[in-house]
Write a protein of this length. Structure first.
Length: 361
């Protein structure tokens, strides 16, 4: 088994020494991602900064270090797609790992940029795929967080124009926010003058952009007109994910593409409620008594999951079952750019199932 692990590590360009990962960079040359005897328990993000190199370092989470890190955590925040499941299939070992975490008394929350499912729908999917039972209050999707933000930001009686899914509409309904826009839309006439004169709803004070399979030029025109009519009209996006990976290496455009289209037309920047913006973490913190220093963010994307976790002072764990790769981690780690350094996780695992040995005791 150790020989197989060493072979896999060498194939990834790593040198394994007493649980510490070194990147191979020429014969006999390597720099530890974490110094031997380095942090094994949770702490602030600043603890990962090493004076010798001025940057963050990442190591594989395994063995005694994994047991210590998990013992020091009260709460784990999980991204879902690419971490717990792909499509409608749970990733191997993920339900068992979360089951043991729940049995050990850990608080499990689910933090996702996906705006196409409600909180209730996520709890149903978790149950269907064999994960431990979860209540809707443990799920923080960008649809729910967008509705929460608008409930806080809009005056009573104000409405939202929505480019989004039925799930986004349902979360707005649950929050008591009047809205219009979901579903297909056609241009109101054959000429640009017709498009610029279509009736506008007087109560609209926000434009909300989520994943919308019916996104169209007609909707883009309406969104722009609401934003031009009232400079105080809010522009809110659920997330900036630029693409959604599919099985077999293919992908489809993500919500970030739609948000960018509206921003470009309006010449305004949207407020983003999803990761890496800390607003979505603030939603979790407002629901539960969370100590960031005893919280782990588990995700598969450096630019959303890991960046948010690092920004909020959480311990960050990258899984290699989704979008980001160790090669990307290496590139960011070796950079002198602070923005790239902020994308480096504290730890990584091949998959969530790698935590199972640390949970057996």
């Amino acid at each position: 088994m150790r020989a197989e692990q060493a072979g896999r590590a060498a194939g990834r360009g790593e040198v394994r020494t007493a649980g510490v990962v070194q990147w191979a960079r020429g014969p006999g040359v390597g720099r530890p991602m974490v110094a031997a005897g380095g942090r094994a328990a949770l702490g602030s993000a600043a603890e990962t900064v090493m004076a010798a190199t001025g940057g963050r370092r990442c190591r594989r989470l395994e063995g005694d270090a994994a047991r210590a890190v998990l013992r020091g955590a009260d709460t784990l925040l999980f991204d879902c797609d690419g971490v717990l499941w792909r499509g409608e299939a749970a990733l191997s070992g993920a339900p068992a790992a979360l089951g043991r975490l729940a049995a050990s008394g850990k608080r499990l929350c689910y933090v996702t940029n996906n705006s196409s499912r409600t909180r209730v729908a996520y709890t149903e999917k978790l149950r269907r795929l064999g994960f431990p039972p979860a209540e809707p209050r443990h799920v923080f999707g960008s649809a729910f967080c967008a509705a929460r933000y608008l409930r806080q930001a809009l005056p009573d009686g104000a409405a939202a124009f929505v480019l989004g899914s039925p799930a986004l509409s349902a979360e707005l309904d649950a929050a008591g926010i009047p809205h219009l826009g979901p579903g297909p839309a056609a241009l109101p006439g054959p000429a640009p003058a017709d498009w610029a004169q279509a009736p506008l709803e007087p109560a609209v004070r926000a434009v909300l952009v989520g994943f919308d399979e019916h996104f169209s030029y007609a909707k883009l025109c309406q969104a722009l007109r609401y934003l031009l009519r009232d400079p105080g009209c809010l522009l809110v996006g659920t997330n900036r994910d630029n693409r959604l990976p599919l099985e077999g290496g293919s992908a489809i455009p993500g919500t970030g593409c739609l948000v960018k289209a509206v921003e470009t037309a309006a010449e305004r920047e949207a407020f983003i409620v999803g990761k890496p913006n800390r607003y979505i973490f603030d939603c979790v913190a407002s629901e539960f008594d969370i100590d960031p220093a005893r919280t782990i963010m588990v995700g598969d994307r450096l630019d959303t999951d890991i960046l948010m976790g690092n920004t909020c002072g959480l311990t960050t764990l990258l899984t290699l079952t989704g979008v980001s790769t160790l090669e990307e981690v290496r590139g960011h780690q070796e950079s002198d750019c602070p923005a790239r350094q902020s994308l480096v996780p504290d730890y990584y695992v091949d998959s969530i199932a790698d935590l199972l040995p640390a949970l057996e005791d």
